[in-house]
Design a protein around this ligand. Structure first.
Ligand SMILES: Nc1ncnc2c1ncn2[C@@H]1O[C@H](COP(=O)(O)OP(=O)(O)OP(=O)(O)O)[C@@H](O)[C@H]1O
Length: 316
């Protein structure tokens, strides 16, 4: 059941860039072909150092049996495995995917903490990345959104890794097929009601646009996002100061993307919810024109230095 030596070496190199050689890694394995490939590759690349978990969302009749089939496979290859069961007071009727996702990450993070794992790896790959990019372009995302699925991020103090972002879906399927393992089939992956299914169908047409190139673009944009976040943080320290119960920022001559980020940083500082992109852009246009506007719980005033003050409470 071990994948080819070449594939294991390629995976091990990708993983080495993310994780210390003796660290214990958790694998999020749904039982679909992508995460089964992750399981087989990781078990071969880091023998004795991986554990797997399958979340049973309890939303499809087959899910318990599917989780059990992953448990059986893990036992046969000597990988410790846990089934994590989601409990619902009331089964969701809308936004099912988003709620299932939140429940999944929360269970996986608790599991990793309980098991003392250094990180969790998921099986997102280059085709997932290309689909994500396309969906975000369709929603007019900025640099942060177009950075796509990040190779590494942190949630509640646990590192989340995506070591397969350079792999194509077909390459992963081939790993599973040549191991003779039968993956779980989730019909949600073919449901045209899901935007991701439509993006997948769009990209399935042929060689253009090439998903690998789209995924490479996401990587460049992730680098740009990190650079912008770094600069914005330094600028905030340098240019923002407390003024009474508000703030004063020297932002009027900065490029608009940095103005946007400084304002967002200010909302974070003020403990207010981050405004939506279009609202933020409207506020920046007012400030650049030297005007005053209200955004969330802040009153903003343009000019040489921008000012932000809490909106005074309404008189009754
Ligand atoms: N039920 C599950 N149990 C364990 N891991 C899972 C489960 N479902 C998904 N995963 C992990 O998450 C990865 C991505 O899955 P999928 O593409 O279905 O999720 P998504 O909701 O589209 O993406 P995201 O996790 O970024 O929200 C899988 O390859 C697998 O590693």
């Amino acid at each position: 059941m071990t994948p080819g030596a070449e594939e294991v070496r390629r995976f091990a190199d990708d993983l080495d860039a993310l994780l210390a050689p003796d660290a214990r890694l958790g694998l999020a394995v749904s039982g679909g072909p992508d995460s089964l490939a992750l399981l087989l590759l990781a078990a071969a690349a880091r023998p004795g150092l991986v554990e797997a978990a399958t979340v049973d969302h309890g939303l499809r009749a087959e899910s318990a049996a599917e989780a059990q089939s992953v448990a059986d496979l893990c036992r046969s290859i000597g990988v410790p495995h846990s089934i994590l069961t989601a409990h619902w007071d009331e089964k969701p009727a809308t936004a099912i995917q988003a709620l299932a996702r939140d429940a999944r990450y929360s269970l996986l993070i608790d599991w990793a903490r309980d098991r003392g794992l250094a990180a969790i790896a998921t099986a997102h790959h280059a085709d997932d990345q290309a689909e994500t990019l396309l969906m975000r372009l369709a929603r007019a995302a900025g640099v942060g959104g177009l950075a796509g699925i990040r190779a590494r991020r942190e949630q509640s103090g646990i590192a989340l890794f995506r070591p397969l972002l350079d792999w194509r879906r077909d390459e992963l399927r081939a790993v599973v097929e040549s191991a003779g393992v039968q993956p779980v089939d989730d019909p949600a992956n073919r449901d045209p009601a899901h935007e991701r299914t439509r993006a997948r169908q769009f990209l399935a047409g042929g060689e253009w646009p090439n998903p690998r190139q789209l995924a490479a673009s996401a990587r460049h944009l992730a680098d740009a996002e990190d650079a912008l976040a770094f600069v914005a943080e330094a600028l905030f320290e340098e240019r923002a100061s407390r003024a009474g119960d508000g703030w004063s920022i020297d932002a009027s001559r900065l490029p608009v993307e940095l103005q946007r980020r400084l304002l967002l940083r200010l909302f974070f500082e003020a403990g207010d919810v981050a405004p939506r992109g279009p609202d933020l852009d409207r506020a920046i246009a007012s400030l650049r024109a030297g005007k005053r506007c209200t955004l969330g719980r802040l009153m903003l005033t343009g000019g040489e230095r921008w000012r932000a003050e809490p909106v005074p409470p309404r008189r009754t």
